[in-house]
Design a protein around this ligand. Sequence first.
Ligand SMILES: *Cc1c(COP(=O)(O)O)cnc(C)c1O
Length: 266
Amino acid sequence: MLAFLFHGFCEHGAAFPDISYGFYKVFAQMFGIQAKQVPLRADFSVAVEDYAGLRETVFIANPNAPTGICLTRGEIEKLLRQDPARLVVVDEAYVEFGGESAAGLIGEYDNLVVTRTFSKSHALAGARLGYALANLKLIADLNTLRYSFNPYNVNRLSILLGAAAMRDEAYFAGLRSEVVSSREYITEQLRGMGFTVPESKANFVFAGANPKLGGADYYRKLRENGILVRHFDQPRIEDFVRITVGTREQMEILARTTKTILAGEA
Ligand SMILES: *Cc1c(COP(=O)(O)O)cnc(C)c1O
């Protein structure tokens, strides 16, 4: 879906935060689209006002990756109102973990596209299944693009799998609340150990800026202790790591290991 949106809906270029889902830059490059990267604020939140006056199609991961920070629906509305002729793509890959969805705004705003995936909250990344929500005219245009590329780009087994996963609400809700409670637990633990951890609405936390331990060192030490997290060797976030929220037990192991690392014993 995102590739189609970059390919067919960015005649004035694309604008997205300087720190966000890495594929936006890759898609822009691949389709020869001018990409404007708009800096996040110092606290890593999206400065919605900085998009006023931009004609480029806006791509906002909400919650954002790798920070987990989520804009409110009101802030998304501000983006939509800045220019009704400009498309705003709200990428809700992680929204089910506690973010506020913009899907309900589709009837009101013709310039809104919401994209979703089964890869994260439904743990079906191997199914390669995602979808877009928008007004009928936009969806018709997206379908035209899709049919020109490959009319059967989603296979039948994945569609059946996705539909079954969507229907199993109790299973979904149970696992989701486990992720959310493990996320709150590890956020509190890491903050208590001196890490800066923005409030995450995703299934990962972004932790760093600990005066006692740099981001690269933390990544390396965890790895030596059998725990793999993500470190981005990229300006502004090199002192942070992104930690996927696992089970409560895994998060307890992470907290314990981090304590030993900070004590210089691991
Ligand atoms: C994972 C992810 C996607 C899409 O993932 P697919 O597996 O290709 O469906 C889109 N946006 C963000 C921000 C993501 O993290």
